[in-house]
Design a protein around this ligand. Sequence first.
Ligand code: PLP
Length: 284
Amino acid sequence: RTVYVNGDYLPEGDAKISIFDRGFLMADGVYEVTSVLGGKLIDFEGHAVRLKRSLDELEMAEPCSKEELLEIHRKLVALNEIEEGLVYLQVTRGSDGDRDFVFPSADTKPTIVLFTQNKPGLADSPAAKKGAKIISIEDIRWGRRDIKTVQLLYPSMGKMMAKKAGADDAWMIEDGHVTEGTSNNAYFVKNGVIVTRPLSNDILHGITRKAVLRMAEEAQMKIEERLFTIEEAKEADEAFTTSASAFVMPVVEIDGVALGDGTPGPITKRLREIYLEESMNAAI
Ligand code: PLP
């Protein structure tokens, strides 16, 4: 696999990063994951805009222009012959060669790394046909979940809690309300109405969330952006999650309670189809 590190395209075994990099020492970095379908990038623009916002919020310099970023994405997809898969992008604050809580001087070069993951069958996924079983766990993350940082230890632990409980993923709960999944935004459907938590600093502003809500509105579906409890979700007709890497993923069980007949719901399935078709048509 060829990877990209600070301007160079290298075999993955030759890539090097300083041990003083603040991404490594302090999780001082941000990332994006862009899907590739039919060899093309899904919603590159959305990811580029969110990356800029994450960098701005952390007072981190942009490592390169949007045009260069697109070129790097495309070159890696071509070099690694990705038809279906992901491009992972990470920008960290770099380092001035020592460990210090104070940010290094503003002229310190950020570290930029990109690599691809080959995932044949990403769109036509068996997991999406079956639907996911989720458990609920407490949300103990920090207060700026709108910034897409590489600080992923708790979401990773949450995923492990789900696996140990025989489930696929976890939804997190704060002050009695569902925030989001470990790596996705959360929704339920009751009497034809799609319910999801409104945007704030409490959740990531999903690129897929934005696209799916727009498409749902265009398809005359009813949407309510409001706080909701896990009890409400358990009594729903359907539930699903959205993310750039799993698109619209049906949820068929919450804390051991089957939703509807325990199979992916009709609105969820329709949204997945609409999302995949429209985003593949718009892919670049
Ligand atoms: N929420 C969290 C915590 C995430 O990590 C992710 C994706 O990684 C999402 C939501 C979904 O965001 P997107 O649709 O931009 O992938």
